[in-house]
Ligand binder design. Structure first.
Ligand code: PLP
Length: 418
């Protein structure tokens, strides 16, 4: 099948059997069919190379198909792929120990699942079980997943509304507003769930001291503090976990995306001994998953964390993140008519446009220049850059230059429309 026929066949099948509306949107933006991923690049059906600055929303921290992760998964595949569920699993044990080592202080236990939303579901369940309370505090514009529990705490009504009634007792407070959070957290509160930096909300960084204030308020009222680090975790923001920036430990932390080493789907919810005791002491099967913690995914997780540590990717994220931010800032200064702000931490950087709909045009222009990005789901004015942490300074320069060129073209395009 030649490239054009393959593309037409895939779009046709998406339209008839997956999601015709999404297919139209993706095709309009100019996305082809992904055929191969390697390092920082994705190759499409025409053999075109794209610098992956979206990175699967932060999944490809060690790049696509890192040889060490692939090797670990292939070795495991030769022995046992999925768990029989009755036996102990060495990989799960080793990965849980590794997470206890790298997560913030006091986080010693882990439950493994397959995605971010499952990790959040578990975190919410555990908080209710431990406290015996129902009130949950979440933040506006937050994103925690799209299954019923996670959706209930999603800070955007557009996604919640069609599925109501959802989990009861959820109260939303503005993200970053200390006073609002303190006023909401009380003796009825089971938990507060928050992203240390909002990803889908548009790479929003709360003021210094925010996480500390939440910690204090939760301690005062015996509420559980959950940090959702599904997107920010494992080096993305220049520290192993984003909450380290504020020196605050949660009671529960959720992870996924980069956890599977960019090769396998893997999520985890990790927490304190007291929480695990409360959840599992009466019923050791209180929360389970058939595929969660399978040997293949855990092999990928262990190898991925090893790569992050061996290749110094946390430090690299901090250093190269500054380079990316500075580069985008100079582009923003040049195109101040279109760009309102550049912000971020480590290799999690957002470019906010001053107007709606410009971002979509820039995404399409960037694709032409061989750079893949996307806008934030809960804030389409913000393009987010979350490239692999192995990205080089030259590749960052290439991306920044492409943004500049894409903005020049978008400017010309919009001038013609006026
Ligand atoms: C902070 C956060 N939590 C949860 C999720 C849900 O993860 P998943 O798509 O793997 O269910 C996401 C996904 O983008 C996320 O960014």
């Amino acid at each position: 099948m030649d490239a054009d026929a393959l593309y037409a066949d895939v779009i046709d099948k998406y339209s008839r059997h997956i999601n015709p509306h999404l297919a139209k949107l993706m095709a309009f933006a100019g996305f082809g069919v992904e055929m191969r991923g390697e390092g920082c690049y994705i190759y499409d059906h025409e053999g075109r190379q794209f610098l992956d600055c979206l990175g699967g929303y932060g999944t490809f921290s060690v790049g696509h198909r890192h040889p060490k992760v692939v090797e670990a998964v292939q070795k495991q595949l030769g022995e046992m792929a999925l768990s029989g569920k009755a036996f102990f699993s060495k990989n799960a044990a080793d990965l849980a120990e590794k997470l206890a080592e790298i997560t913030p202080e006091g986080i010693d236990y882990s439950f493994f699942c397959n995605s971010g939303t499952e990790a959040v579901e578990a975190a919410l369940k555990f908080s209710k079980s431990v406290t015996g309370r129902v009130k949950i505090i979440s933040t506006t514009e937050s994103f925690h997943g799209k299954t019923m529990g996670s959706l209930s705490v999603m800070g955007r009504e557009k996604y919640r509304k069609p599925y109501e009634p959802l989990v009861p007792g959820v109260v939303f407070v503005p993200f970053g507003d200390v006073d609002a959070a303190i006023a909401a957290i009380d003796d009825q509160t089971a938990c507060m769930i928050v992203e240390p930096i909002q990803g889908e909300g548009g790479i929003r960084i709360p003021p210094d001291g925010y996480l500390t204030a939440l910690r204090r308020a939760c301690d005062k009222h015996g509420a559980i503090l959950i940090f959702d680090e599904v997107q920010t975790g494992l080096g993305r923001t220049g520290t192993m976990f984003a909450c380290e920036h504020d020196g605050v430990s949660p009671d529960i932390i959720t992870m996924a995306k980069a956890l599977g080493g960019g090769v396998m789907p893997l999520g985890a919810v990790s927490g304190t001994e007291a929480i695990w005791d409360a959840v599992y002491s009466q019923n050791p099967l209180s929360h389970t998953s058939t595929f969660g913690g399978n040997p293949l995914a855990c092999a990928a997780g262990l190898a991925g964390i090893q790569v992050i540590q061996d290749e110094g990717l946390v430090e690299r994220s901090a250093t190269l993140g500054l380079l990316l931010k500075d580069g985008l800032q100079s582009v923003a200064d040049k195109h101040s008519k279109w760009i309102a702000e550049v912000r971020g931490r480590g290799l999690m950087v957002g470019l906010e446009f001053a107007e709606d709909e410009v971002g979509e045009l820039v995404v399409a222009q960037l694709l032409k220049y061989g750079v893949c990005v996307a806008y934030a789901l809960n804030n389409p004015r913000v393009l987010r850059f979350e490239p692999p942490l192995i990205i080089s300074a030259e590749q960052i320069e290439f991306a920044v230059d492409a943004v500049d060129k894409a903005l020049v073209e978008t400017d010309e395009l919009l001038a013609m429309l006026v």
